[in-house]
Design a protein around this ligand. Sequence first.
Ligand SMILES: N[C@@H](CCC(=O)N[C@@H](CS)C(=O)NCC(=O)O)C(=O)O
Length: 234
Amino acid sequence: MDPILFYGVPEGCSFGAIVALEWSGRPYRLCRIQMPGEVSSPAYKRLNPLGETPTLMTADGATFSQTQAILQHIAATSGDPRMGARPGQPGFDRLNEMLAFLTTTFFSSFSPLWQTVEGASEADKAVLIPNGRRKVRKAHAQLEALLAGRDCMVGDGPTLAEAYFMGISRWNDFHQAIDPAEFPAVQALRARMEKDPAVRFALAIEHEEPAESAGGFRGHVGLEAVLEGQRAPA
Ligand SMILES: N[C@@H](CCC(=O)N[C@@H](CS)C(=O)NCC(=O)O)C(=O)O
């Protein structure tokens, strides 16, 4: 069985895992999960009790969540250099440093701003918006510092870190928390990565537009079909 990535739309943080799967060169399928709604349904929670995307179902039918774990699983099944360094190789600690920064600080800096579109009262918005903008600004300033003197986050890159970064950094387009020109290294990295065929593929998939895979994508599968398959006798 091909591994299946359950990715959230619209604008989900699963984006980086789609890019990584494209880079991996290995066969995979995708399952589209609507947020909010389907992501917290009892059906989806049979695969991921947290009610979040992404979730990966591996070739042997096991499921797990957390982007960092999913990215490292994809890396372990691929020899593509864009997966980044392996344990003991130069760049491994830097890759983990960047992935941890992006999946914690950078990701969560947008949380107050997302709360404002999830039914917050006007009084709550008055607190959440300035707090969110401050956090997004600080996270961008920290990423700018981490990129000082570099074109990529790790070595000559790009790596899994850039794949994940691309899914999160576009959230500023929606929230307009910062002017990207204030952080030129971050802006330049994003502009370079926008040309990457796997990034273009992931965007097309999210927007349900014609998407050209590097070869590994074997099509979409529905959530019900996956759950039916789990029920079927071996
Ligand atoms: N720590 C998780 C966070 C996953 C997460 O928050 N996913 C969001 C989409 S970006 C989600 O599924 N949200 C659904 C909801 O809040 O209803 C990871 O890194 O994978």
